[in-house]
Design a protein around this ligand. Structure first.
Ligand SMILES: Cc1cc2nc3c(=O)[nH]c(=O)nc-3n(C[C@H](O)[C@H](O)[C@H](O)COP(=O)(O)OP(=O)(O)OC[C@H]3O[C@@H](n4cnc5c(N)ncnc54)[C@H](O)[C@@H]3O)c2cc1C
Length: 364
């Protein structure tokens, strides 16, 4: 069997690896001239780590990560307790995105990745799919996986009329400071006023990842540092503002958050979506990549049967209801009336995500 994966992000590369581990030929086509994850830190949950263990790269992923616990505090520094949930519902691993995609690209095999190769269109037939590429070339495959992110061109052809939409007023600012020069006593995530949340987490190599987010934000003005400082003022225990102040402007990333609306289908007979292409979601639940990694693992397992249409139908039947539930739980977190409720709904979401998935090798 031969598969073309469009997109060399976390999910495309994990899909490539999962398929190769099942003995399936893979070519990953990435539009950019190099594998380079946009972004800073990334929290991975136990179900993503279980997938990486299954794919033989778990130890290498842990070696570039710093274990942490996702507990929130209020602005007075008080822990927002979630007594209904155990410590395992809060544990995550912080990795640097670029290090993760580099590691995954090595595991897929650089010879199986075509850089500077964008997707143009596909022609689907009963027994194969022809993938037309931006450089005028073509690839013939049994399956096409669209892992090309929130603005997926594969989705635009497979499910027309479902462009990504801005989560209005939702903004995120973040950076990794390799050498912070600011005393950081420990990790701290704060739910503050004016719909702001954020904090800082130490990385495995002595740096710090800080992040600041706001729902219902006014249109940002000024430099990125000004914008982040204004939000950090609603969260501050002193350290966060110092970290933002110490960050060079060009290290600060700013995102308007984009969401993919619910899709009526994720697959046809030979074309399928995975990761943000299918379900770009709000990062306030810090789970988009973890859930996309689940998608990749499930695709690998199902496609190893050799019956492509049946595998893609089973994949879609697993994933669509799972994401409908993710959307409900994510909305409950977003619309929590108080920080305490936010913390409780957040823990409820992570508990559910970690214990519920048929696509999750922890429970499968
Ligand atoms: C602020 C923020 C913080 C977040 N924090 C977390 C977190 O802590 N934990 C977590 O699990 N998730 C988090 N997420 C979500 C996570 O970043 C995404 O869910 C994840 O990166 C999606 O990976 P992907 O591979 O599906 O898509 P992408 O990372 O978008 O990768 C898509 C790839 O496809 C390529 N591509 C696009 N179009 C084409 C084309 N036409 N042809 C070929 N290639 C193409 C792109 O260049 C890119 O390399 C966060 C998101 C944001 C915005």
């Amino acid at each position: 069997m031969r598969t073309v994966v469009i997109g060399g992000g976390i999910v495309g590369l994990t899909s490539g690896l999962a398929l190769r581990r099942k003995g399936i030929d893979v070519v990953v086509c990435e539009r950019a001239p190099e594998i380079r994850a946009a972004g800073a830190g990334l929290g991975l949950w136990a179900n993503a780590l279980a997938v990486f263990d299954d794919l033989g790269v778990g130890d290498r992923v842990r070696a570039i990560g710093e274990p942490g616990e996702m507990y929130f505090h209020d602005t007075a520094g008080r822990l927002l307790e979630t007594p209904e949930f155990g410590v395992e519902d809060h544990r995550f691993l912080l990795v640097h995105r670029a290090k993760l995609t580099d590691l995954l690209a090595d595991a897929v095999g650089r010879d199986n990745i075509r850089l500077a190769t964008g997707f143009a269109a596909y022609d689907e037939h009963a027994d194969h799919v022809t993938v037309r590429l931006g450089d005028g070339g073509e690839e013939t495959a049994d399956v096409l996986v669209g892992a090309d992110g929130a603005h997926s061109a594969v989705r635009a052809q497979l499910v027309p009329g479902k462009p990504a939409q801005e989560h209005r007023g939702h903004h995120a600012w973040r950076a990794v400071l390799p050498d912070p020069g600011v005393a950081v006593p420990g990790n701290r995530l704060v739910l503050g006023g004016d719909r702001c949340r954020g904090g800082y987490v130490r990385t495995h190599d002595g740096g710090v990842y800080w992040l600041v987010n706001q729902f219902d934000a006014p249109e940002p003005a000024g430099t990125l540092k000004d914008q982040a400082m204004a939000r950090a003022a609603h969260l501050d225990d002193g350290v966060l503002t110092e970290l933002v102040r110490a960050t060079p402007e060009d290290l600060i990333l700013h995102n308007r958050i984009m969401l993919v609306p619910p899709l009526p289908h994720w697959a046809s007979g030979r074309v399928v979506l995975a990761g943000d292409a299918a379900h770009a979601m709000s990062p306030h639940i810090t789970a988009g990549a973890t859930l996309g990694i689940e998608d990749a693992a499930l695709l690998g397992r199902l496609l190893s049967s050799g019956d492509v249409p049946a595998a893609l139908a089973a994949y879609e039947a697993d994933r669509i209801p799972r994401y409908a539930r993710v959307a409900e739980l994510s909305a409950a977190v977003e619309h929590s009336p108080t920080p305490r409720e936010f913390a409780r709904h957040y823990a409820a979401f992570s508990h559910w995500m970690l214990t519920s998935s048929a696509g999750n090798p922890v429970t499968a």
